[in-house]
Design a protein around this ligand. Structure first.
Ligand SMILES: *Cc1c(COP(=O)(O)O)cnc(C)c1O
Length: 347
């Protein structure tokens, strides 16, 4: 189940990894232009999703036939599962990762296997040296926030040239390293990104995949057999505007990263342990107070974070990085909830 979407005055919503900042002003301008041109809504949108695919291709130094766009990366990933995973061998993804992968595998009746992350929540690349029907790696991983470098991804690709390797880079813009340079070398690599987090447009539902023309063509063939017009005209228009405002995009990402550094310091002062984050959230645990208890106490105070009642991570909280003000409210609340470390060791 996705995170809850409560809406009321004064709440602090840090539970679904949305961007705390609005989309680019250029997106707003594009939206106003749409309103001045309602006549266009009579017509079907471009089924090839141009000009958005073209703008993304240009942005990432690719050809137009190397980009696929969909209704959020959930749609893109779901089409990719449907297109590429039909072997008798299991698709591999970590036991702790984005919670939709096993859902799609089950819906599409794809066999899958989930190698365990190690005790530090790191992916063991050797687990992916076995025969498989495909691989999915979220990098940075969710909900751990941990990123692996491009060499790590390349090692997995070197060992897997027969199956499609999907790298889900939903959080890459917050400090991860993209596998993009590897597209030149590996025809079986599919990189998936989204406008929902770093481009502050979760509500517009835009995601995209980048890969070899062969992979992209195969995904389009599947898409055209289900619904050719997935991308509505407004999404295509404002999506272009968002990509074109690179300066705003970078500035927002940097603000989130700065706030993340500050929030981590504050949480550590309250004795939380935070995993190394390259994402717009922190994955944290407290040595004395159970995560479920902190989750409930925060909720009572109108502050929403994410708690997963799942083996191995049921004493962790995933906290989205909000604005500095939101994070200050979080810290004030936590100060009431967790015992403050007055007795400093050795003092
Ligand atoms: C948020 C997220 C997605 C899906 O995002 P969309 O809003 O559908 O684009 C996919 N993968 C991961 C790892 C995510 O965190």
């Amino acid at each position: 189940m996705p995170g809850e979407q409560p809406i009321f005055a004064n709440m602090v919503k840090l539970n679904t990894n949305e961007n705390p900042y609005p989309p680019s002003p250029k997106v707003e301008a594009a939206m106003r232009q749409l309103c001045d041109n309602m006549e266009r809504f009579r017509l079907y949108p471009d089924f090839k999703a141009e000009p958005l695919t073209a703008v993304l291709a240009k942005c990432y130094g690719l050809e137009n036939d190397q980009v696929f766009v969909g209704v959020g990366s959930d749609d893109v990933l779901s089409v990719a599962f449907l297109t590429f995973f039909h072997s008798d061998r299991p698709v591999l993804f970590p036991d702790i990762t984005y919670s939709f992968y096993d859902v799609w595998a089950q819906v599409y009746e794809i066999p899958y296997k989930c190698p365990m992350l190690d005790e530090n929540f790191r992916i063991r690349k050797e687990d992916y040296y076995q025969k498989n029907g495909g691989i999915v790696i979220a990098n940075p991983n969710a909900p751990t926030s941990i990123a692996e470098g491009i060499d790590f991804i390349e090692d997995i690709l070197e060992h897997n040239q027969e199956s499609v390797v999907i790298v889900d880079e939903a959080y890459v813009d917050f400090g991860g390293e993209s596998a993009l340079p590897l597209l030149k070398k590996y025809e079986n690599l599919l990189i998936v990104q989204t406008f929902s987090k770093s481009r502050a447009m979760a509500g517009m539902r835009i995601g995209y995949a980048m890969g070899s023309p062969t992979l992209i063509r195969a995904m389009n063939d599947v898409k055209y057999s289900i619904n050719s017009y997935t991308m509505n005209y407004p999404s295509l228009s404002v999506g272009v505007a968002a990509v074109e405002d690179d300066a705003y995009f970078r500035e927002c990402c940097e603000k989130v990263i700065r706030t993340r550094t500050w929030a981590r310091m504050e949480l550590e002062r309250l004795k939380f342990t935070c995993l190394d984050s390259a994402a717009n959230f922190l994955f944290v645990t407290h040595p004395f107070v159970p995560a479920a208890k902190i989750f409930a106490a925060l909720k009572e105070r109108g502050i929403f974070v994410r708690y997963f009642n799942k083996p191995r991570i049921d004493n962790y909280l995933r906290i989205t990085i909000g604005t500095k003000e939101q994070m200050e409210r979080l810290m004030e609340a936590l100060l009431e909830i967790v015992p403050v470390a007055e007795k400093k060791e050795g003092v």
